[in-house]
Structure formats: C-alpha cells, structure tokens
Design a protein around this ligand. Structure first.
Ligand code: CP3
Length: 394
C-alpha cells in the first residue's frame, strides 16, 4: 500500500507559530510552568452549541465530513475554556467505514455497521483503504490548523486495531464482546489477519493526519481492558506496537510529533506498555498516578526505546456531575496523587510529566460551567504546587 495522502501544497506549511506549547512539552517529558489540560470528547453533546450545529448538519457524519462544520466544532470548547490542546473532530470508526463496512450513527443508539466482519470471506475481503476516501479528515486537519492560528496544538487520533476490530466484528457497541471473543478463541488466525490490516490502515491514516498538520497523535484503545491477561498482549498491545513502528516522527512544521496511547482498563499492564515506542500513556481513574509515575521513572536502564513516558489522565468523568467545590477538591487530589512534577531539566533528560485529562470521555449530561471549574482548578492548583516546591527548596 502506498501512502496516498494528498500532496501538501507549500502554503499548507505556513501555519502560524505555536503560542502555547505546554501540552507538547509535557508530552515530551519537559518541565512546564503548570499542568496542561484537555478533555476526551471535549467537543460534543454536553455543549448546546454542538447540539445546534449537529441539528443543522442533520447527523454526526454530516458534521464530521463537512470541513467547515468539523472546524467549527473542534474550536467550540476552546472558545469557552482555556484548554491546552485541540482534538480533531472526527471518529475512530471513519477507518472501517472507508474499508466499506457502511457506518451509520443512529441517534441514541450509537454506531452501526451495515456489513460487519463475521467469517473468513469477510476477513479476506478487507484491505487497507485508499486514503483518498478519508480526504475529508485530512482537509479538516488543515482547516483546523489554520483556524487555530497557533493558539494550541492540534491532536490527531485513531482507534487501536483491537478497538476497531471490536466494532467491525460486533457491528455495533457491545456489552460483553461475545462475538469477537468467540472469534478470538476459536479462529485466532482470522483475528490476527484482521488486526494486521487494521494496524496498517491506522498507520497510513495517522501518517496522513501528521502530513496534513496534526501536532500529536493519540491511539484510543478503549476496549483493550475487556481482554484477559495474555490476550491483551497478543491481540491489542502487539498491534498497537505495529502501528507505532510505522508512524512518522516529524510533522508538517518539522517538529517532533508526540504519540499518546490510551488503554481504558489498561492499569494492570502498565509495565508492559512501558515498552511501547510512545511518549505518553493515558490511564483511567482506577490507576494511582503516583504509583504509575514511579513505575515509569524506574524503567531500569535504557532497554525501552523511550525510557520514561509521561502520563495522561485520569479524573473519573462522573466527578464533573458534582458541584464545583467537589470538582476542585478532586482535581487537587488527582494532582497530589501524581505529586509535584520535576521542574529541572538535566542534560535534556525526559521526566514523567502529567497531562491532565479525564479517565474516559466527558459525559453527555455534564454542565458546561463545571468544565470551566475543572480547567481553572487544574491551572491554578498546578501552578501553586510548583511555587510551593520551589520556595521550600530555596
Ligand atoms: O474527543 C473529541 O472531542 C474528538 C472527537 C471524537 C469523537 N469520537 C466524536 C464523537 C473522538 C476522539 C472519538 C473517539 C471514539 N469514537 C472512541 C474512542 C474514545 C472513547 O470514547 O472510548 C470510540 C469508542 C468511538 C466510537 C463511537 N462514536 C461511539 C461508541 C459513539 C456513540 C456513543 C457516544 O458516545 O455518543 C460515537 C459517536 C460520537 N463520536 C459522538 C461524538 C461527539 C456523538 C455523536 C452524536 O453527536 O450523536
């Protein structure tokens, strides 16, 4: 498969210089003045302005496939809150849709594939899609970069090969993943073929996003945590590694492009994930950030390609349903669990930094003003922690 991403025009490289690099610095293990924050699903149904535009577009895919809508929706949360990163407005399921599986989103029912992958014949027909079928995504990346005018970096993303396979085989969201697990245990050869195709598709897709202007990329392994120990390593982790191996290191502006891997429920396998060639590990609320930080900082020698990853997470999204005073206290607890970040930067050595986020996507019934309280608390309290540690050291 050749990379068929559209050739970049020279004017595409004239993106405005970045004015807030806090998120990128933390991803790369460099010290920052405060802890950067962004939220999974920060553009979405909890925002009335999102619901209004979605009604205008008629459907979720109507929003995602229209460059102007996708740009506007991406910027909506940034107009309200001083977030430290933007994330492309799209969906992980665009890739299997481009493979010909026929994606629709039924209101209040979630995604649905018209042609799920069920047998040997279905698997044999799958191939890495022509990236031209996903051109609307790369066009949106370019458009969002221009609209951002260097305010904050833009994160591109894709689903992990395993998480995409869950939807491709089940045909929709699932409570127990019985169909794909039946395939896993009875025909692992078929699942391996499917996962290899997914990995190569996701790599081509993320590389095209990087070429279009994405400044960091994130893999969502939302359902890695449903796997048994052993199965996770074989059917999820190995294919995440296969994606990472193929990714470009440098973006359209010539800057390094940090890679984030988020495995929901991946806490038990952090030690194994440390070996991934990525910059950040995203964790959910079941993980203690202090313990995870210790694990990443004690990688014992330099065996891993990137010895120390940063962490991203991990507030329970349900906290945002509680009053602002509770949100503030829970933010402080989360920052305290991680501890004061390293503020020195010896010999260009990376240290494990924190990127504040939720442990999964923001809930639909979250009051928008609660998000304002969260962002404010992260910025203010994380500055205070650094000041307190500097004055106690002086
Ligand atoms: O984070 C962002 O703001 C960027 C946009 C984004 C969306 N989906 C928009 C979306 C991102 C990063 C995703 C990723 C995604 N999509 C994941 C991984 C993250 C996770 O939540 O675990 C998964 C599993 C999907 C698949 C998906 N898309 C489902 C299951 C659903 C329906 C259920 C739901 O949460 O609504 C979607 C639809 C979807 N993707 C919506 C949004 C804003 C809601 C659609 C609508 O407007 O009705």
């Amino acid at each position: 498969m050749t990379d068929s991403s559209p050739p970049a025009l020279s004017s595409d490289h004239a993106f405005a210089p970045l004015r807030n690099d806090t998120f990128l610095r933390a991803c790369l293990g460099q010290a920052t003045n405060y802890t950067p924050v962004w939220l999974m699903r920060q553009a979405g149904r909890y925002l009335p302005e999102y619901r209004a535009l979605r009604a205008q577009a008629g459907s979720f895919m109507g929003l995602a496939t229209n460059v102007d809508y996708a740009t506007e929706v991406t910027l909506q949360p940034l107009e309200r809150y001083p977030l430290d990163a933007a994330i492309l407005f799209s969906d992980i399921l665009t890739v299997p849709d481009a493979m010909g599986l026929g994606l629709t989103f039924q209101p209040n029912e979630g995604p649905q594939f018209a042609h799920p992958v069920r047998d040997e014949y279905d698997v044999a027909r799958l191939a890495v899609p022509d990236m031209d079928r996903l051109r609307y995504v790369f066009d949106a990346v370019r458009s969002i970069r221009h609209a951002l005018q260097g305010r904050v970096p833009l994160i591109g993303f894709a689903g992990s090969p395993w998480t995409l396979a869950c939807y491709m085989v089940e045909g929709q969201s699932s409570a127990d993943y019985a169909t794909i697990k039946t395939l896993l245990y009875s025909r692992p050869d078929l699942l391996h073929r499917l996962l290899a195709t997914n990995a190569d598709s996701v790599a081509a897709y993320l590389n095209a996003q990087i070429d279009a202007g994405a400044q960091a990329v994130m893999l969502f392994d939302s359902w890695g945590g449903v796997l048994a120990d052993g199965a996770f390593q074989t059917f999820s982790l190995a294919y995440t590694a296969r994606v990472l191996q193929q990714l470009r290191r440098t973006g359209a502006d010539g800057q390094p492009v940090p890679r984030i891997v988020f495995t929901k429920g991946g806490g038990p396998w952090l030690a194994a994930m440390r070996a991934l060639d990525c910059d950040v590990l995203g964790v959910d609320w079941t993980v203690n950030l202090g313990a995870a930080r210790q694990l990443l900082n004690n990688s014992g020698g330099q065996t891993a390609p990137s010895a120390r990853q940063s962490l991203q997470g991990n507030l329970d999204p349900a906290v945002l349903l509680a009053p602002p005073a509770v949100i503030k206290a829970e933010v402080q607890r989360t920052l305290a669990a991680f501890g004061t970040p390293d503020t020195t930067h010896e010999n260009g050595q990376r240290s494990c930094q924190l990127i504040f986020n939720l442990g999964h996507g923001i809930k639909q019934n979250t009051p928008p003003e609660h998000v304002a309280a969260l962002v404010q608390a992260v910025h203010a309290h994380s500055r205070q922690m650094r000041q307190a540690s500097r004055s106690s050291a002086a």
